[in-house]
Design a protein around this ligand. Structure first.
Ligand SMILES: NC(=O)c1ccc[n+]([C@@H]2O[C@H](COP(=O)([O-])OP(=O)(O)OC[C@H]3O[C@@H](n4cnc5c(N)ncnc54)[C@H](O)[C@@H]3O)[C@@H](O)[C@H]2O)c1
Length: 352
């Protein structure tokens, strides 16, 4: 696991527009390895910022991608693309690694590392490969993390509209002495300083991200499954359940109010019956076992057990996608999923 998580170049905990001058990007070539969810949004935002800012030599953006539908999108967006990884790496002063986490390490090792400039700054959007030490980066290179707290589509739509964008930033390896300045300039260039940039580390970002997924969100899925079963047994229709539990978007709105009005504060927007039910219910719940289970999950993330298990899936022949498909297939047996299919089909709503 990475021990280089001390952010040398970042002296404060939060950064805004004024803290992030763009001039360090002058004359530099930024190569986007990957033009998917984050790659496309970040490249478009950065290009807009470059075009609307003053540089003596404006930074150049290059997209490196396999010849696939993402490459076609890069062409459509006016970037063009190259599948010559070695040539792209050779010209990069800044290299964004924006392919899925589980392919980053091998792509970097096999196709990028050999021709990379010694002083290139490598930018990751999640701490995963850095924290687990999977990225084999030369000690002369810089490594920074610019990790959006938002899905790619929103990184773009927020940039062109009202922005709610924020991100975590860290310096993981600073060989040139410029890593912190580059990281902050990229935060501004991509649009994250419109709200707030928070100093973090690859370790913290990885723990937070994976814990949210494996402990919090997995519990939400399981809780909904059980809640659905109980109420279905008590005579409620699929239409009533699906509408109330998520299709109405009431839960999504409640979460928005948690951000806007406070996690507990937003309860004042609910009736007193609701406030009493939610507060007394959560306070009387015995969370001892939950805490033990969640702690085990956090420990497995911290000590790398989960990451190694995941790596084995990728190396195990059929790959991660196959395993995820199998797990999805199991959820087809849930009453909640069967009920939802019925309701969505009836309403003509598509399901991803
Ligand atoms: N998806 C998000 O909303 C989100 C949010 C925050 C951070 N991140 C981080 O951003 C990074 C990129 O994630 P993403 O969701 O944008 O990725 P993605 O799944 O959208 O990536 C697709 C891109 O990766 C390329 N690609 C896929 N497999 C490849 C392979 N084997 N070899 C070469 N290229 C390959 C595709 O050509 C395409 O350009 C990850 O580190 C992720 O953790 C993602």
């Amino acid at each position: 696991m990475s021990s280089a998580s001390q952010s040398k170049g970042l002296q404060i905990r939060e950064f805004y527009e004024k803290d992030c001058p763009l001039d360090v990007l002058d004359g530099k070539t930024a190569v986007f390895v990957g033009y998917g969810n984050q790659g496309r949004a970040q490249a478009l935002n950065l290009r807009d910022t470059i075009e609307s800012s003053k540089f003596s030599t404006p930074p150049k953006i290059v997209v490196a991608n396999e010849n696939d539908r993402y490459a076609a999108q890069a062409e459509k967006d006016g970037f063009g693309y190259t599948s010559d990884w070695a040539a792209a790496a050779a010209q990069a002063d800044i290299l964004f690694l924006l392919v899925p986490d589980h392919v980053q390490a091998s792509l970097f090792k096999d196709k990028i590392a050999a021709t990379l400039k010694k002083t290139c700054c490598i930018v990751v959007a999640s701490g995963y490969n850095v924290y687990y030490g999977y990225l084999d980066v030369a000690p002369t290179n810089d490594i920074v993390m610019v990790a959006p707290r938002m899905i790619g589509a929103e990184v773009r739509s927020n940039f062109v509209g009202d922005s709610d964008l924020s991100c975590f930033v860290s310096v993981e390896q600073d060989s040139t002495g410029q890593a912190g300045d580059i990281a902050l300039a990229l935060c501004k260039g991509i649009g994250f300083t419109q709200k707030r940039v928070v100093k973090s580390t690859a370790y913290h970002e990885t723990l937070l991200d994976l814990f949210n997924e494996q402990a919090l969100w997995s519990s939400v899925l399981a809780m909904y499954r059980v809640g659905y079963l109980i109420l279905k047994d008590m005579g409620l229709s699929d239409e009533e359940l699906v509408h109330e539990m998520w299709l109405s978007k009431e839960p999504a709105k409640v979460m928005e109010h948690m951000a806007d009005d406070g996690f507990i504060g937003q309860l004042r927007l609910h009736s007193l019956v609701s406030q009493y039910g939610q507060l007394s219910g959560s306070l009387e719940l015995d969370t001892t076992q939950m805490r033990q289970v969640f702690q085990q999950k956090a420990d497995r993330i911290k000590n790398g057990t989960f990451a190694e298990e995941f790596k084995k899936l990728e190396q195990g022949g059929a790959g991660v996608q196959h395993t995820v498909n199998e797990l999805r297939k199991q959820t087809e047996q849930w009453d909640l999923v069967k009920g939802e299919h019925k309701v969505r089909d009836h309403l003509g709503l598509k399901t991803l």
